[in-house]
Design a protein around this ligand. Structure first.
Ligand code: PGA
Length: 232
């Protein structure tokens, strides 16, 4: 089974960095994906790495100034698109309903959506996280063929904070997702993954891979994370 290492560059990165990333060594057991800002997508060498977007619009085309459609991303060479990242849910008030519309556009365009779900610190502390995750999953994935997408569990409290849930906590959520959505659902973990803590995360047997933010901006740390999944 191949596992995923997906880098989310957010609104970071430069053309110089892309030239460096085009030297990345692919590993045969790992599906490596970088999701840069959309304008940089065509600059990656698809022989070294898959490319994904960080968002797409929920309509096919039209008068939506500043937006990019799933079809246009596909035409640029994208294979994946991250949808429903907590930063988009919080900063751009994206609802699970909207994420659901985006996911169907993405699939129709031939992209594989990576759909993010995750609870806040308060929701976990108040033991409401299972309810929150179930609701995000139900609405975001309504009518979506689970074989055509990937789920990323990203607790909001772990993103950019250095806090990583325990193996037990991650495993509990993977089981919740698979109980709700089926045993073959692909589940990634994201939140403060780096080249130092990756060894522990790789050892979670039920996990299909990781979604990496900050540590995906350095070729060395991203390559070390990929190598950890290869067993090096
Ligand atoms: P982080 O971000 O790895 O910097 O915590 C992860 C993400 O937002 O996907």
């Amino acid at each position: 089974m191949k596992r995923f290492v997906v880098g989310n560059w957010k609104m970071n990165g430069s053309i110089q960095q892309i030239h460096e990333f085009n030297q990345l060594s692919p590993r045969h057991n790992v599906i490596s994906v970088i999701c840069p800002p959309a304008c940089f997508i065509p600059l990656f060498n698809p022989q070294h790495i898959h490319v994904g977007a960080q968002n797409c619009h929920h309509q096919l085309s039209g008068a939506y100034t500043g937006e990019v459609s799933a079809e246009q991303l596909k035409a640029l060479g994208c294979t994946y698109v991250i949808l429903g990242h907590s930063e988009r849910r919080a900063q751009f008030t994206e609802s699970s309903e909207l994420v659901n519309h985006k996911a169907s556009q993405a699939i129709q365009a031939g992209l594989i959506p990576i759909i993010c779900v995750g609870e806040t610190e308060t929701e976990r502390r108040e033991s409401r996280f299972k309810h929150v995750l179930s609701s995000q999953l139900d609405i975001s994935l309504s009518g979506i063929n689970l074989e055509q997408c990937v789920i990323a569990y990203e607790p909001v409290w772990s993103i950019g904070t250095g806090l990583v849930p325990t193996t037990e906590q991650i495993t509990e959520v993977i089981e919740l997702i698979r109980n709700l959505k089926g045993k073959t659902t692909k589940v990634l973990y994201g939140g403060s993954v780096n080249n130092k803590n990756i060894k522990t995360i790789v050892d979670i047997p039920a996990l299909d891979g990781v979604l990496v933010g900050g540590a995906s901006l350095s070729l060395q740390s991203f390559q070390e994370i990929i190598n950890a999944f290869q067993g090096e």
